[in-house]
Design a protein around this ligand. Structure first.
Ligand SMILES: O=C(O)COP(=O)(O)O
Ligand SMILES: [Mg+2]
Length: 241
């Protein structure tokens, strides 16, 4: 095993063996499969402009990605991670944001390096693939279709597909149930605390990529089984159970 491929992170589960024997790989969208930050920031600034408010830097807006569109809009309006804007302002802003994001869904958005090859490699190992995102379904499916990734996944769960989204374990457990596998037979690959917390709560394995968003925090501090440079490198650390 080439140790340059990954590093162990703050593993709390029992010592695990690599390549990790699993049946299912669940993959996060924003910051893991697709680099969506520029288009999310573009729509956020178009919304602010229309509301007569000052625009924000793309770096700040990138740190607001992670808990779905409504939370992104709340953070953009208040400049605060946990901020709650005035209800009337939010009710006005949300449809404006959704309109501009729908119009600019795939201007600069593209798969990260290693994604296309990584998905092919995972599939050719006989693993079954799911996508789990906190993005609303109305954006998720067109985006996966436009970037040519949709057909790689047997099931796609968005932030509004179920009553709860990541960091709740519900979508991960739903996927395990769908494929009839145990949580420990499934791996989530993601970029943020929402992925790491959800995976630990579900009892699934979790790898994190360092190139994503993680709400502006250091990915190396996350509780995950490995940090992988790309999905292609992740594929080298797993095998079909
Ligand atoms: O929609 C978001 O804020 C984040 O979505 P993700 O779960 O695909 O990273
Ligand atoms: Mg993400």
């Amino acid at each position: 095993m080439n140790n340059n491929l990954f590093r162990y992170a703050n593993t709390t589960v029992d010592k695990i063996e690599f390549p990790l024997p699993i049946k299912v790989v669940m993959i996060d969208l924003d910051g893991t499969l697709l680099d969506t930050a520029d288009d999310l920031a573009l729509a956020a600034n178009m919304m602010l402009r229309e509301l007569g408010k000052p625009e924000l830097s793309p770096t700040i807006i990138q740190s607001y990605i992670g808990k779905g569109i409504e939370r992104l809009v709340k953070r953009t309006l208040t400049g605060d991670t946990n901020g709650e804007p005035d209800a009337a302002l939010l009710a006005k802003a949300l449809p404006i944001y959704q309109h501009y994001y729908a119009e600019n869904l795939c201007v600069k958005t593209h798969p990260f390096p290693g994604v296309i090859d990584g998905l092919s490699s995972l599939l050719s190992s006989g693993l079954r693939l799911a996508c789990i995102t906190n993005k609303s379904e109305v954006f998720t499916l067109p985006l996966l279709r436009a970037t040519g990734l949709l057909d790689q996944f047997e099931i796609v769960l968005s932030g509004d597909s179920l009553p709860k989204k990541k960091p709740d374990p519900m979508p991960l457990l739903h996927i395990c149930n769908y494929f009839d596998v145990l949580p420990r037979e499934a791996l989530l690959i993601g970029d943020s605390l929402n992925d790491a917390i959800a995976a630990r709560a579900a009892g699934c394995h979790v790898f994190c990529v360092p190139y994503g968003y993680n709400e502006g925090r250091d990915v190396h501090k996350l509780d995950c089984d490995a940090i992988v440079e790309s999905l292609y490198d992740a594929a080298k650390l797993v095998k079909k159970l």
